[in-house]
Design a protein around this ligand. Structure first.
Ligand SMILES: Cc1cc2nc3c(=O)[nH]c(=O)nc-3n(C[C@H](O)[C@H](O)[C@H](O)COP(=O)(O)OP(=O)(O)OC[C@H]3O[C@@H](n4cnc5c(N)ncnc54)[C@H](O)[C@@H]3O)c2cc1C
Length: 538
């Protein structure tokens, strides 16, 4: 059953809530089954983001006992202050993954260091992984990126999808897997009457009018945020979340993150167990073809408290572009999976992400009240000379800023590669500042038009220095184990039976829109094929 909450969802949600209330790091439908030691499992899934969650649900539905390993914690129970997550304006230790100070994407306002705060190191929900010239933001916890993202759920234009992944049958994707992913994720558009009338989207209406003045088209982008709930937030009848400056450090209400959708349903099958605060470190293959994963269990200080060796018949990698690529690269370079091909570690891109702000005239305020959930974008992707899809983002400072903020997705052709650094035992991204230049040039070409038409300028005070464009961080890491190169056309790792990649590392660096719907749909396609053809269960 898809599209609505099923009995399975309710059972799974109850299991998540019970585990959270009891502070358990083993989550299953029956606590006894979840607590069992798992030195062997038929199927093992690493990570609990989009690709992993799809794998877990479809394996569980097929009756296959499945263990999910997630390095982050479960985000379900309120802390002593009464909330699960902290807000962007008052971040505490829950905000970031083992940092001493928050590292928000907008680091300053009017050049003032008023945004970031000192925090105690803790397994918080948002990580900023620093590579030379490129920081990558990722979610940590049961639900991966779905816990921290903006909920924008866009299906890419078919022509561009085919350009990026020509080996994938677009009829099957657009006829079956994109619709399935959208139904399961609970994707819906904002009701236009409310959008047009609420103060909370004034910033988006202002940006739309300014784009229009430059002859540019804007579109509504669907979302997994519950707009009925948001209306009640605005009416004062529900606790505010999107309307209370919550998003990148988690939403306490309103968002259909994966723990509410795929993962709840997966647990509800009774065949899926999730282990939290468990970080996969190494993968090897035995002579009988089974895989063994070395898993470090950590506590909330980050200390390793135990190390497990878990063997499985089928291994599904859903640790995200950075996580999956690092696991496979390490396995190849340290010789535990020496047969992995040279494509592992290649084809990485940040979806051409560029962030920028524009300064508006004083007579054109964007509003002190801004919903954190973006619902509109400038869509100039069909402009062959300079394709850009720019999400109209909020700047929810709680006060008038006269700023318009954007996350532009550009068609940057540059790709990075990862190398294994033995001293650090880590994958390091090779990315030069020059490789971000095409993305900045594309965003500038589009927004110069917007500024010219509205006689406005850029904001130079938002990124800690005097830059107008920030392309040294991204929200959309893609690639590293590209479909059809490091794997076959369905995510089967080349030369390694029953080893699969199901996450964003399959997409070669760019998809032209916010990526989680595509990642989910590709994982649905992989699981349908694998469960029909491969002998994964035992
Ligand atoms: C702030 C922010 C806003 C965003 N907004 C949007 C948006 O609005 N729309 C959109 O489409 N996309 C958005 N994205 C991007 C989107 O969230 C990602 O593309 C998506 O989550 C990637 O899915 P995935 O399955 O590849 O992996 P992820 O969702 O990244 O999940 C990987 C999981 O694996 C875990 N993991 C990693 N390594 C290991 C290991 N060794 N052992 C155990 N566990 C491990 C991680 O902790 C994580 O939970 C945003 C991202 C961020 C950071």
């Amino acid at each position: 059953m898809e599209g609505k909450l099923t009995r399975r969802h309710f059972l799974g949600l109850a299991a998540l809530q019970t585990a959270a209330a009891l502070g358990l790091t083993r989550i299953g439908l029956t606590p006894a089954a979840a607590a069992q030691s798992a030195d062997h499992t038929p199927a093992l899934v690493i990570g609990s983001g989009y690709g992993a969650a799809v794998a877990a649900l479809r394996l569980g539905e097929a009756g296959i006992r499945t263990l999910v390993i997630e390095m982050g914690r479960l985000w379900e129970a309120p802390d002593s202050g009464g909330t699960v997550f902290c807000s962007m304006t008052a971040p505490d230790q829950r905000s970031m993954w083992f940092k001493r100070r928050t590292e928000a994407p907008l680091s300053t306002f009017l050049w003032l260091d008023v945004i970031n705060k000192d925090i105690t190191p803790y397994p918080g929900v948002l990580d900023r992984v620093r590579h030379p010239n490129m920081s990558v933001y990722v979610g940590r916890g049961v639900g991966g990126g779905s816990l921290v993202n903006g909920g924008i759920a866009v299906t890419p234009p078919r022509a561009y999808f085919q350009e990026v992944l020509p080996g994938v049958d677009a009829d099957a994707m657009y006829g079956t897997y994109f619709p399935r992913a959208n139904r399961m994720l609970g994707t819906a558009p904002i009701p236009s009457d409310w959008f047009e009338s609420t103060e909370w989207y004034q910033y988006a209406r202002v940006a739309r009018a300014q784009a229009s003045a430059a002859g540019l088209k804007t579109v509504f982008v669907p979302s997994v945020y519950d707009f009925d709930y948001m209306r009640r937030e605005a009416a004062g009848t529900a606790t505010k979340s999107a309307l209370a400056q919550e998003v990148i450090y988690g939403n306490n209400h309103g968002k259909r993150s994966l723990d509410k959708t795929y993962l709840a349903a997966a647990l509800g099958t009774g065949n899926v167990t999730i282990h939290t605060l468990s970080r996969a470190r190494a993968i090897r293959r035995a002579a009988d073809g089974t895989y063994t994963v070395t898993v470090d269990r950590i506590d909330t200080t980050g200390a390793v408290t135990a190390t497990d060796e878990i063997s499985c018949r089928a291994l599904f990698l859903g640790a995200g572009s950075l996580g999956t690529t690092e696991l496979l690269l390490r396995a190849r370079e340290t010789g535990t999976l020496p047969g992995l091909n040279a494509e592992v570690g290649r084809g990485w891109g940040g979806n051409g992400n560029v962030m920028l702000g524009r300064a508006n005239h004083v007579w054109n305020p964007t509003g002190a009240h801004q919903s954190t959930i973006p619902v509109t974008a400038i869509d100039d992707w069909s402009n062959a000379a300079n394709p850009v899809f720019a999400e109209i983002a909020p700047l929810p400072a709680g006060t008038e800023t006269w700023a318009s903020l954007y996350l532009a997705i550009t068609k940057n052709p540059e790709r990075g590669t990862f190398t294994y650094d033995a001293a650090k035992d880590a994958a390091v991204l090779n990315w030069t500042a020059g490789q971000s230049a095409p993305a900045i040039a594309a965003a500038k070409a589009l927004f110069d038009r917007v500024n010219a038409a509205n006689v406005t300028i850029y904001r130079y005070d938002l990124f800690g220095d005097t830059r107008a464009f920030a392309a040294d961080f991204c929200y959309h890491p893609l690639g590293g184990c590209v479909l059809g190169r490091a794997t076959d056309a369905y995510g089967r790792v080349a030369g390694h039976p029953r080893l699969y990649v199901t996450d964003g590392s399959l997409i070669p660096g760019s998809i032209g829109v916010n990526p989680f719907v595509t990642i989910t749909a590709l994982a649905e396609r992989t699981m349908a094929r694998v469960l029909a053809e491969d002998d994964v269960g035992r």
